[in-house]
Design a binder for this molecule. Sequence first.
Ligand SMILES: Nc1ncnc2c1ncn2[C@@H]1O[C@H](COP(=O)(O)OP(=O)(O)OP(=O)(O)O)[C@@H](O)[C@H]1O
Ligand SMILES: [Mg+2]
Length: 254
Amino acid sequence: MEKVIELKDVWVRYGNQIILEAINLELKDSSGLLGIIGPNGGGKTTFLKVLLGLLKPYRGSVKLFGKPPEKSKELVGYVPQYRGFDFDFPISVWEVVLTGRMSHTGFLKKYREEDKKAAEEALKTVEMFQYRNRQIGQLSGGQRQRVFIARALATNPKLLLLDEPNAGLDPHMQDELYRLLDRLKHEMAIIMVTHDLSAVSIYVDKIACLNRTLYYHNSREISVKDLEATYQCPVELIAHGIPHRVLNNHEGNQ
Ligand SMILES: Nc1ncnc2c1ncn2[C@@H]1O[C@H](COP(=O)(O)OP(=O)(O)OP(=O)(O)O)[C@@H](O)[C@H]1O
Ligand SMILES: [Mg+2]
C-alpha cells in the first residue's frame, strides 16, 4: 500500500537559519492520529507547511501518497494555526466551507452541485450544518474551529493536518474537538500539532517530538527516555501530567 507520508533527510531554512534538520518520517497507516509536540519555535508549523508543499526543503525529499506535495494537494486538508481572518467580515459559515473546495473549482470559478454537496457533508460531519447561514463572527471559538475543520474536510482529504486546533478553547470545547477527531481518525490519517499533553495521552495513537529535528517512534510505544532523546521536549510535564497509555505502553500495562 502507498505510504501516507515519506520524508527523507529533509532540511529547511529561512535565509541562513536552519529551521528543520535531517527529518525522516514514514507514515504508513491510512488512519489514526499522530500528535506532534514541541517547544515554541521548534518548527512545527514549518513542518506542516513542508507537507503542504508551501515550503520547499533545500535538501531531502517529501512524498505524500507517493507523490510530491504539490501533486497531492487535494488529498490533504489543513487547519492553520493562526487564521489571519477578520471575524467581523460578513461571510457565512456556508461560504467559509465552500472556499475549501477552491482547489477543485479554481479561484473565483463557480461552485458546482458536487461542491455544495461536499460542503454540506463536511458541515454535517462536524455537526454544524444547522449554523450554515450564520456569520462566522457570530460563533463561539469552538464552533468556529469546527467550521474550519469542515472547510478542511470539504475536499474529502485522506490526510488532515491541524495546527494547535485546541488553542483558545475551554476544556469542554476541547473535549468535543478531540471526540470529533477521534471519530474522523478512522477515515483518514490525522496529524495534530498541540501543546496539550493531556490530550496527547488520551487521544493520540502515536506521538512525535519536534524541535528542529523530529523524534518519532514508529509504534504506539514510547517511553520517557524516548521523549528525552529530543531536546526540550517537555518530558517533565508529560511525566507528571499524563502518561498511562502513551508512556507506559512499552511495559504492557495500558
Ligand atoms: N516566514 C518566516 N521567515 C523567517 N523565519 C521564520 C518564518 N516563519 C517561521 N520562522 C522561524 O522558524 C522557526 C520555527 O517556526 P514555527 O512557526 O515553525 O514554530 P512552531 O514550532 O510552530 O512554534 P509555535 O509552537 O510557537 O507555533 C522560528 O524560529 C520562527 O521564528
Ligand atoms: Mg506553530
